[in-house]
Design a protein around this ligand. Structure first.
Ligand code: GLP
Length: 239
């Protein structure tokens, strides 16, 4: 794990965006895995700036998102589909046909997960962006007694419901989601994690210094050969 500590989220966003721009300029048809949550938003802003400044084009990339809520219309303001379009895809020249999401409303979630995993296996993710939950979840892989493999339907924990329900004012927050599994995430060639704020410091400490255990899902990243962790000083406070 290579750990980068910055003063603020904006600097982190610029540094991660630079890595992504370099990757896409070297390989225009790169496969990028994107994450939602507040943490990657400054990165997405910097990617939009890079695109507006003519430093990069995303027209040939393929994207995969980590996860999606179940039982929430795609058009809902809190769906991850909407989040990614509002925060990134609507502002760059990505080809919508190459944008991939798990369908949280699929009639047969198992079949949907198999569909998604075979697409990922076929394309292979060059860079996967990750945030981390306060309980060290990655994607929506919650603490558990075993590591997950491919995509699956997950019951969200109270910690995650508590953290994410601030965004839900009209409809209640869904209690289930579809998420890429741990093994799928680990197959990405490069992983870039971003975490900011003191609410993440225990998760970061355990991820870096703790045992590799499914009770701390992010700890599995210790086994990946090419992981960059971008932290602000608050998230890094216990390291
Ligand atoms: C959600 C997402 C995760 C994300 C986490 C942290 O639970 N499914 O992928 O990492 O939120 O979000 P934030 O960056 O807002 O703290």
């Amino acid at each position: 794990m290579i750990i980068h500590i910055f003063d603020n989220a904006e600097q982190i966003g610029k540094a991660i965006a630079d890595m992504i721009v370099e990757q896409v300029n070297e390989k225009p048809d790169s496969v990028l895995g994107f994450a939602t949550g507040a943490s990657p938003v400054p990165t997405y802003k910097s990617l939009i700036n890079a695109y507006n400044e003519g430093r990069v084009s995303f027209k040939d990339i393929t994207t995969f998102n980590l996860d999606e809520y179940c039982d929430l219309p795609k058009s809902d303001k809190n769906s991850y589909y909407t989040f990614m379009h509002e925060n990134l895809f609507d502002h760059i020249d990505v080809n919508e046909e190459k944008v991939n999401f798990l369908n949280g409303n699929a009639e047969d979630p198992e079949k949907e997960c198999v569909r998604y995993d075979s697409l990922i296996d076929e394309k292979k993710i060059d860079i996967q962006i990750l945030g981390v939950g306060r309980n060290a979840h990655i994607g929506f892989n919650e603490p558990s007694d075993k590591f997950t493999k491919g995509s699956f339907r997950v019951a969200l924990t109270d910690s995650t419901i508590d953290a994410n329900s601030i965004y839900f004012d009209e409809n209640p927050m869904p209690h289930f989601a579809l998420t890429m599994g741990t093994v799928s995430i680990m197959r990405s060639k490069k992983i870039i994690m971003v975490a900011t704020g003191s609410s993440k410091q225990d998760a970061i400490f355990n991820m870096v210094n703790g045992d590799i255990t499914p009770e701390c899902p992010a700890s599995v990243l210790q086994l990946h050969p090419d992981v960059h962790i971008f932290l602000d000083k608050d998230a890094a406070a216990r390291l």
